[in-house]
Design a binder for this molecule. Structure first.
Ligand code: BGC
Length: 427
């Protein structure tokens, strides 16, 4: 019922502002209105802004874009600890190999072969995961002070230069570990982390490598599940992903090797909570490290805040056959921050929020449903915009009237492109 009224009021406000526009009236600054649309006269450049999931940064060097991260005093980033998660992912795969050493080498050639689906070569999460897997399996080589994260194409004989053969001693024997193939899963239109591309790639890899492939690893579950369903489930080849999407967690019962929860339930909360706090004019730690009046609070084992980077990072947890039953509902709000805020102290505010790609498995099946659960609890009226995953303008075109909103939550197509958004807010 409440939602309906808000929608109707929004429609009325839009109709009014359209009339004002056509009669040459000035609607900038939002004017006064109720129920969802902006009721403040704050300039757009001073409104709370949160970047999430794709951290403003240089896609070649990974260097943080501090201008974007400090756009105004109420600007933050919310993501997760990419390095801690990547290390966990690598360790999870390695632990699996060691525990299953008697059966893992399918063709008995002494080489444990794996293939790797890379999400986006310019995305710091994807880079970290590729590095984490190679570091744990001993296949990484140094480049620019870190593990090389380039895709190798195919590497049948171990001669690729961006990786090397690793060695594992297990079950009283020595095995070679080889990255047989890896590739960025980008479709012809330019969408990255593309599950369908991964599903096709595993077909090609399986026909060239067959039973040399002992393990399938993916930078995320969207691509991982696509490969699992297309090939590895029937072949009984363990497949590892990242995100703990509900379908991937359920597939652990059918042989999916494991995944990593990036604590999306904590991230979705933080994404909206930092905006709520700025809109309320309270300390940013309210309901985060410090309990709010409703009792919402996070403990420091689920997130870290890096003040210099203006960034909140959720911590990751490995999800395997041992504990997956605890992770089956990926869209459930995190209990310690699940209490409704009082509407009289925290009046409804309107937020513009975009998802860079409406078909990204993680963002659409896990993150957005969580945001939608928290927006009610935090009295935020959020307008969700879904992009095409390829062009920033597909999204920025739909931020035509920022004055209509009290705050912004942005998920960029490309981590270099923060200025495409801030330039609109600066106008
Ligand atoms: C997720 C991926 C997702 C990407 C989108 C990552 O953190 O793990 O599944 O495709 O974000 O930016």
């Amino acid at each position: 019922m409440k939602k309906k009224i808000v929608l109707l009021t929004m429609a009325a406000v839009l109709a009014l502002s359209a009339t004002a526009c056509s009669s040459g009236g000035d609607t900038s600054g939002g004017g006064s209105s109720s129920g969802g649309s902006s009721s403040s006269d704050v300039a757009n450049k001073d409104k709370p802004l949160v970047w999430f999931n794709r951290q403003p940064s240089n896609s070649s060097t990974g260097e943080l874009d501090m201008a974007a991260l400090t756009f105004n005093e109420d600007t933050y980033y919310v993501g997760f600890d990419a390095n801690q998660g990547a290390e966990l992912q690598g360790t999870m795969v390695m632990d699996y190999i060691e525990a299953n050493i008697d059966s893992i080498d399918r063709n008995g050639d002494g080489v444990i072969g794996y293939v790797l689906a890379i999400g986006d070569i310019g995305h710091n999460d994807s880079i970290a995961r590729t590095r984490g897997v190679r570091a744990a399996l001993g296949t990484g080589v140094e480049a620019d002070g870190g593990v090389n994260s380039e895709p190798i194409g195919t590497n049948t004989d171990g001669s690729a230069t961006a990786v090397k053969d690793g060695t594992i001693e297990a079950g009283g024997k020595s095995y070679t570990v080889r990255e047989l193939a890896s590739q960025e899963m980008k479709n012809s239109a330019g969408a990255t982390w593309d599950a369908a591309t991964a599903g096709n790639a595993i077909g090609t890899w399986a026909s060239s490598f067959g039973d040399q492939i002992d393990i399938v690893v993916s930078n995320n579950d969207g691509m991982g599940m696509s490969m699992f369903n297309a090939w590895s489930k029937d072949e009984g080849v363990p497949t590892f992903g990242y995100d703990a999407n509900a379908d991937a967690v359920a597939a652990i019962a059918d042989g999916y090797g494991g995944t990593i929860s990036q604590h999306a339930d904590v991230q979705a909360y933080l994404t909206l909570r930092v905006l709520r706090n700025a809109l309320d004019g309270v300390d940013v730690d309210t309901g985060i490290g410090t309990a709010d009046e409703a009792g919402n609070v996070l403990s420091d084992d689920v997130y870290v805040y890096n003040e210099e980077q203006r960034s909140y990072y959720a911590l990751n947890v490995a999800v395997t056959a041992d504990n997956y039953q605890d992770f089956t509902d990926s869209t459930k709000v995190y209990e310690p921050v699940s209490k409704q805020l009082d509407e009289s102290d925290h009046p409804t505010k309107s937020v513009w929020l975009d998802i860079y790609n409406a078909s990204d498995n993680f963002l659409s099946s896990t993150y957005q449903p969580l945001l939608q659960n928290y927006d009610d609890l935090l009295n935020l009226d959020v307008e969700y915009i879904g992009g095409d995953g390829q062009t920033e303008s597909n999204i920025t075109n739909r931020l035509g009237n920022p004055s209509q909103y009290d705050a912004f939550a942005i998920n960029m197509v490309k981590t270099d492109n923060a200025a495409s958004y801030t330039s609109i807010l600066n106008q």
